[in-house]
Design a protein around this ligand. Structure first.
Ligand SMILES: Nc1ncnc2c1ncn2[C@@H]1O[C@H](COP(=O)(O)OP(=O)(O)OP(=O)(O)O)[C@@H](O)[C@H]1O
Length: 258
């Protein structure tokens, strides 16, 4: 089942085409990688899909089984309410709040969209504060953060903060999760653990995942399909094996600054 259909998407910033004519189809349950040299347009593409930017041209169509909805021009919180969640390249936590409060705030935002949620989704609502607290704690435990629930977010180690970002995205109960460089700044051990965790949560939460990542071992390890951008254009799409032997991709990386 195709959840998301992106048709010839373009985003211009003045004279610069940050994303140019890019199409993508996302099947339910897939784990897809989005790679490309610095400045290729990967984050801009995420920003278009999640409502941060309005496309200059092209369409984004979502079908969660209730018919097709066009996401162009919709607000980020509305799109989040439809089941699309993301993390950011730069960590965006409430650093002076506790770890568990960071998660509960994300759940609350979901409550703010309860009308949308009840119309489009089957969601377990948290009737009481205690239930919400327990659900937040359970999520933290999956990411080995339960023991730090009452600590301030800023006191977590860097790799833990990145994991907390993913917990916050999951707290909004997404169907599609967009991860923007989840392993950035992690050491090889942390990256290996995260790789396993991403595969695990995909199964556990029945997710479809798209990830931007510069760590090629992570991408090649877990992604079933990979899209490659260069200068805003899609230069290749295929399995990890196909991408590794694709001439245009090899040229882009050898000629680039990676
Ligand atoms: N808001 C903006 N205004 C103007 N130009 C922008 C804006 N956002 C991105 N760009 C430009 O668009 C191009 C694509 O940037 P983008 O951040 O999407 O690339 P990226 O592939 O995510 O790069 P990286 O791997 O370095 O994060 C770059 O040339 C960037 O400078």
């Amino acid at each position: 089942m195709t959840l998301l259909k992106v048709n010839e998407l373009t985003k211009n910033f003045g004279g610069l085409a940050a994303v140019s004519n890019v199409s993508m189809e996302l099947e339910k349950g897939e784990l897809v990688g989005l790679i490309g040299p610095n400045g290729a347009g990967k984050t801009t593409f995420f920003n278009l899909l999640t409502g941060v930017y309005v496309p200059t041209e092209g369409t984004i169509e979502l079908d969660m089984g209730n018919g097709v909805e066009t996401l162009n021009g919709k607000r980020p919180d509305y799109i989040n309410g439809l089941g699309l969640a993301r993390t950011f390249q730069n960590i965006r936590l409430f650093s002076d709040q506790t770890v568990i409060d960071n998660v509960k705030v994300a759940m609350d935002r979901e409550h703010g969209n309860s009308l949308v949620s009840s119309l489009f989704r089957t969601k377990a609502f948290y009737e009481t504060e205690a239930q919400m607290e327990q659900a937040a704690y359970d999520l933290l435990e999956i990411f080995d953060l339960g023991a730090f629930a009452k600590d301030k977010a800023k006191n977590l180690a860097y790799g833990q903060q990145r994991r907390l970002e993913i917990v916050r995205a999951l707290a909004t109960d997404p169907k599609i999760l967009f991860l923007d460089e989840p392993a950035a700044g992690m050491n090889p051990n942390e990256t290996a653990e995260l790789t396993e965790l991403i595969a695990q949560i995909r199964e556990q939460f029945d997710l479809t995942v798209v990830l931007i990542e510069h760590d090629m071992s992570l991408v090649m390890d877990i992604c079933e399909r990979i899209y490659v951008l260069e200068y805003g254009r899609l230069i290749a799409e295929g399995t990890p094996e196909e991408i590794q032997s694709n001439d245009a991709v090899i040229r882009a990386y050898l000629g680039g600054d990676e």
